[in-house]
Each structure stands twice: as structure tokens, then as C-alpha cells.
Write a protein that binds this ligand. Structure first.
Ligand code: CTP
Ligand code: MG
Length: 223
């Protein structure tokens, strides 16, 4: 059976509501609960662990196991993984992506099962903007990247348990602090990471504008 880790221990500073982002209401429920509801609809998921701020452990939804998150996202993943003795593969998902559908979780699990050589499968959307890199002055363009090969990475990210455990154990404190996703840690240790084409609708909520857009998309879906 798979285990799902939801990281929800961030402070939500850019959203600026003065409370942890995962607990901010979205269409009448704490944001976190939408991801939990989607994961509950996936038959392969046997257990859901939620990393929360240490003073908000009561906010773990019914039927999930709440654990204290860490100083950064990767350490929250590590704490959640340590809280479940079994469960393979491991689904890692950000509470900040409440619109992830049960179908997306299912597809990611299927894709990993289909590709025995892969250590991980990660949801990602094709990049629609042209991306340029700037030089050390922070303003002059040094090059334009080939957009056809660029993907904007999302969660869910699904890992073979041994690969994720190894990657997290090998990373230094500095690398854990810098990692914005767990797949990077697996890539560094030589693991094959596959992209699963996803929808930009699986948006990440960072700012108050994102929250308004998500309210709109979710209320349309609920109608
Ligand atoms: N996260 C976590 N533990 C941390 C930091 C982040 O579990 N120490 C989680 C967040 O709860 C979120 C996901 O990682 O679900 C992505 O992080 P982000 O969007 O940056 O959320 P916040 O850190 O809460 O937001 P901000 O950076 O604006 O404070
Ligand atoms: Mg953050």
C-alpha cells in the first residue's frame, strides 16, 4: 500500500493571513482538507501523514496522523516519513496545492508502477512563458532557455520509499534548506525522475490572488 505525506507546516507568510496557509479556509474548509479528501478517494493510499506546525497538531483531519513539521519543507517531509514505519511508494504532496484530483494521484502511482527503472514520478505542467536567465548583475540577459524542454514542477511527487529515504539521509543541512522539491534530492543521488504531464489547474497557492483564483476554480468544480 502507498502512504501519503502532506506537508502543511509552512507559515504562509506570503499569503499574509497571520495563520498557517494550510489552515486558511478555502470554499468553507481548511485548505489542507481538500488534499486529504482527494487522497481518501485513491484506493491504493493506506495511510495519510500530515506535517503541521508544532502548535497546530490538533488540526490534523480525522483519520490522518499529525506530526510536527521541520524548519524547512524537506525537514517536514523527513519528519512525516519517519512517522510511518511502512508504506511504499511514498506520495509527497503540498497542502498548498488543494486542487490536486484523485485522478492525478492515481496516474502518478500507475506511472511509477509502469516504469520499473524510475525512482520517482512528479507532476509537472509545460512552461508557457519564455524563460530567460540573467547574469550576475541580476538584470542583463545571459541566455534564453529552450521552452519545449522546460516543465513547471508541481506535487504530487511519488517515490520508491528506499530512494526517498536514501536521498533525505544523504542530503546536508544546507541542501535540505535549499531543496524546493524532493525530486531534486533524488536526482542528485542518481535516481531516474519521470515527469507526469499535469494541468496548470493544479495550482499552488502562494499569494492572496492565488487564493481568489482557487476559490473560483474549486467552486466551479463543486457545482
Ligand atoms: N512547508 C512545510 N514545512 C515548512 C515549510 C513549508 O511543511 N517548514 C509546506 C507548506 O505548508 C506548503 C509547502 O511546504 O504546503 C510549500 O511551501 P510554501 O508554498 O512555501 O508554503 P509556506 O512556507 O507556508 O508559505 P510562505 O513561504 O509564503 O511562508
Ligand atoms: Mg515557504
Amino acid at each position: 500500500m502507498a502512504v501519503a505525506l502532506i506537508v502543511a507546516a509552512g507559515r504562509g507568510e506570503r499569503l499574509g493571513t497571520g495563520r498557517p496557509k494550510a489552515l486558511v479556509p478555502l470554499c468553507g474548509r481548511p485548505m489542507l482538507e481538500w488534499s486529504v479528501a482527494s487522497l481518501r478517494a485513491v484506493p491504493d493510499v493506506g495511510q495519510i501523514i500530515v506535517a503541521l506546525p508544532a502548535d497546530e497538531l490538533d488540526a490534523a483531519p480525522a483519520g490522518t496522523i499529525g506530526v510536527s513539521g521541520g524548519a524547512d519543507r524537506s525537514r517536514s517531509v523527513r519528519n512525516a516519513l519517519a512517522a510511518c514505519a511502512d508504506g511504499d511508494p511514498v506520495i509527497v504532496h503540498d497542502a498548498a496545492r488543494p486542487l490536486a484530483t484523485p485522478a492525478l494521484f492515481r496516474q502518478a502511482l500507475l506511472e511509477l508502477a509502469r516504469h520499473q527503472d524510475a525512482a520517482a514520478v512528479i507532476a509537472a505542467a509545460p512552461v508557457v512563458d519564455t524563460i530567460k536567465e540573467v547574469g550576475p548583475d541580476g538584470a542583463s540577459v545571459s541566455r534564453t532557455l529552450d521552452r519545449t524542454r522546460l516543465w513547471a514542477v508541481q506535487t504530487p511527487q511519488v517515490f520508491r520509499r528506499a530512494a526517498l529515504e536514501r536521498a533525505l539521509a544523504q542530503a546536508s543541512d544546507d541542501e535540505l534548506a535549499r531543496a524546493t522539491d524532493d525530486a531534486w534530492l533524488v536526482e542528485r543521488s542518481g535516481g531516474v525522475v519521470r515527469i507526469l504531464g499535469s494541468d496548470p489547474g493544479n495550482m499552488k497557492i502562494t499569494t492572496p490572488e492565488d487564493l481568489r483564483v482557487a476559490e473560483l476554480l474549486l467552486s466551479e468544480r463543486l457545482r
